[in-house]
Design a protein around this ligand. Structure first.
Ligand code: KG4
Ligand code: ZN
Length: 333
């Protein structure tokens, strides 16, 4: 069964064709990084305007690359939240129109569910139950996943997402956007142990907090202007990684689960991946790591999650609306 996936939740316009929720036939992502880079963050109005320009060419390219026409598509899965409302509107309106005109069923997919399902696009797909750390520019949460659509949120950030902290610290250091890859590259030349940045909430349950860490970096830069950027980046990155790995492994141990998936843009970070593997090995757990293009936003993950929703008969009506705030599992239904 072929599903066309569409994601416009943030600043990437993406469309993909996926077979049976697992095999990527095509996956096209049009990035807007060059538009937002000069502002050091996403400008929502510019993001939605660019989505409007790119949505049709991106969907067209995904269909052409897959050598498949709309008549072969069983359903269209679209991300309807959470995300930037103007960006989501473009994808949802486009998918609804395409589905309506071509009489194709429509499926509404939660973006976070998509990130979790990116692990089903790999041969190493985990079996249930597993713990998923979804760590991106907009979200940082730990879920227990017991089945398709059966999620329990065990912990979440109380303020900034980890990726947002990477982006903000990169801006403080005068680096580019998105900040994660810049911080990662700079960290390789720095000493992660030299500045004792706080590990927020380290011993307080499974919730996260990153805004104090960002302030600690700002205070350090003001107090010690001669401090090496490489050391600041490495010490900051190491603080984030310590908290992410510690809490994820704690969640797995507490739930007696031995499989961990890390997904979302920050999961592309090589130091985080190494730290997670090391900790999991010590605890005799398995970690499912995804290639970088499946960590960052993509529509293949939306098509995969959509396939499983479609199999459960959960199609959406043409009154589907985007939602900026959409907790995982609620689906607005
Ligand atoms: O999942 P994603 O593409 O979009 C959202 O749903 O937010 O994640 C983007 C976030 C950005 O904050 C970016 O700085 C971060 O992921 N990121 C990284 C790395 N690559 C992307 N953070 C740390 N290290 C990386 N290598
Ligand atoms: Zn995302």
């Amino acid at each position: 069964m072929l599903i066309l996936g569409v994601d416009t939740s943030c600043d990437d316009t993406s469309a993909a064709v996926v077979e049976d929720g697992a095999r990527i036939i095509s996956n096209v992502v049009s990035s807007q990084d060059e538009i937002h880079e000069k502002y050091g963050g996403i400008v929502p109005e510019l993001a939605s305007r660019r989505h409007i320009e790119m949505i049709w060419p991106v969907v067209d390219e995904a269909l052409k690359k897959s050598d498949i026409g709309l008549k072969d598509i069983s359903a269209i899965a679209v991300c309807h939240g959470p995300g930037l409302i103007g960006s989501l509107l473009v994808g949802v309106c486009f998918a609804k129109s395409l589905a309506y005109v071509n009489k194709i069923p429509l499926i509404a997919v939660n973006h976070l569910e998509g990130h979790i399902f990116s692990s089903f696009l790999e041969e190493t797909a985990p079996d249930f139950p597993f713990i998923a750390l979804v760590v991106s520019g907009g979200h940082t949460s730990i879920y227990r996943v017991d089945n398709y659509g059966v999620y329990t949120e065990l912990g979440r950030t109380l303020d900034d997402a980890a990726g947002e902290a990477f982006d903000k610290v990169a801006k403080l250091l005068g680096l580019g956007y998105p900040g994660g890859p810049y911080i990662e590259a700079l960290s390789e030349k720095g000493d992660p142990g030299i500045i004792p940045f706080p590990r927020p909430y380290m011993h307080k349950g499974l919730d996260f907090s990153f805004s104090g860490l960002k302030t600690a970096v700002l205070t350090h830069i003001r107090k010690e202007p001669d401090s090496k950027k490489e050391d600041i980046a490495a010490s900051f990155q190491s603080a984030v990684i310590d908290v992410l790995t510690d809490k994820t492994v704690k969640a797995a141990k507490a739930g007696n689960v031995n499989k961990i998936v890390i997904a979302g843009g920050v999961a592309a970070n090589r130091s985080l991946r190494k730290a997670m593997i090391r900790m999991a090995e010590e605890e005799k757990m398995q970690v499912c790591l995804l290639p970088e293009y499946l960590c960052t936003d993509n529509a293949a993950m939306i098509a995969s999650a959509g396939f499983f929703r479609f199999k459960q008969g959960k199609t959406a009506g043409f009154d589907l609306n985007p939602r900026a705030y959409l907790p995982l599992g609620s689906h607005g239904d």
